[in-house]
Design a protein around this ligand. Sequence first.
Ligand SMILES: [Zn+2]
Length: 516
Amino acid sequence: MTRHHVYITTTIPYVNARPHVGFALELVQADVLARHHRRRGDHVRLQAGTDDNALKNVQAAERAGVPVQEFVDRNAAAFVALHRPLTLSVDDVIHTGRDPRHRAGVERFWRACEASGDLYRKHYEGLYCVGCEQFYAPAELDDGRCPEHGTTPQRVAEENWFFRLSRYADRLHDLIESGRLRVEPAERRNEVLSFIAGGLEDFSVSRSVARARGWGIPVPGDPGQVIYVWWDALGNYLTALGYGTDDADLRRWWSAADRRVHLVGKGVVRFHAVYWPAMLLSAGLPLPTEILVHGYLTADGRKISKSGGNTVDPTALVDAYGTDAVRWWLLREVPRVGDADFTHDRLIARADDELANGAGNLVNRVISMIHRYRDGRPSALPGPGGRPPALPGSDGRLGDEVVVACERAPALVDAALGAFDFRAATEAVRAIVDAANRFVNQVRPWELARAERAGDRDAGRRLDAVLAVSLDACRTLGAELSPFLPDAAERVARQCVVVDGRLPAPSPVFARLARR
Ligand SMILES: [Zn+2]
């Protein structure tokens, strides 16, 4: 088996506020991909971080009456504090405001693009949304307002550094259209292609120190200017690997890596699929291989926002419902394209239906039956290769269905995650539970046990086979669930391990959440 090097990144959030559940979505998706690749034997680095150098951080700190660094550090810590409750397998975190790797790398990147002749100074006037940290053309606004924030952008006029984006339009178009730079889903790729086809203009990559309130990384050789926060932030994907400080990691995880995967929200596609690849081309560096774009979460039908008063704190959700239920909802209900609406009722219903009543019930009843009928001692799966012989009567077909669901799951999960489709991937795992629960309901092992007690030895043999097939389904469930719900997967797996000839006593794998 070839062991690939796979580098997976999340975007680095602004730390102007505490994290909400929308960002938890991206973290969980990235974690699932990382765990999936590790399971398949790949070398994986899952990278996270925080975007400390934004003007909106400065403004939020001023509103809070807290020194900027203190404010930024406090919120940055709140983002990192999500990793444990969400069971994230993050390998490294970079804080752009204080990590010594970052500034050195951003400066090197700047100089590399300067050496390519892609940076120049120009007077500029434009409409700037501080919320987005980006200039908008008048045609891009909704009634003069930012399409993301609904706020009126401010008019800014100053002399800035510009990046020659226009020079890269044709190459970017070819790279994306040919799939050498994959943008998923296709709907997003098409948006990017039509944006490029509409013509790319050079963009401003610095601002005056005064407008940046002295916060951020100065332009090398021009201390009156601060590097544009998006330039600075995008650089984190390289500076975290030691670009500018340690070339060995950079080679392993970027230049020579098999896959360089960015997970991003739909609002920042342009930065990642247009600006960033052009910057990399200019600096002479390889591009990401994939940009995977997710939609947004709404809460109770409204966009999640502090001003809307409907932020949903992911840590509070985990406290209330547990990690598995929160991860499961994010993975099951958010579509591949488009947004999903979060409500507590939906989370509870999904977890109770599919986890407690589905997977939990299956594991519990199978382990309980093996204790009741076989004193906790399962018989081995009969037949060559672990595949049971056809069971007599209608049971045979049903048993086959369970075996097929188990056998198909790994390839289905591979394909679905390859297509960035978390719903389809979790559905393949859920299909095991469905098939196995249906099987148990239809073969009615308790009737086989009764017949066996009445002296029917054939019924006893069939009961052994039924329990073996069911236990095998539980084991497969434990294995296949692991990238999605690592905690629950471990509980399921533990229930299926024979110690000194016996299975552990049955204990619930999932608690029911709904109050009855
Ligand atoms: Zn905006």
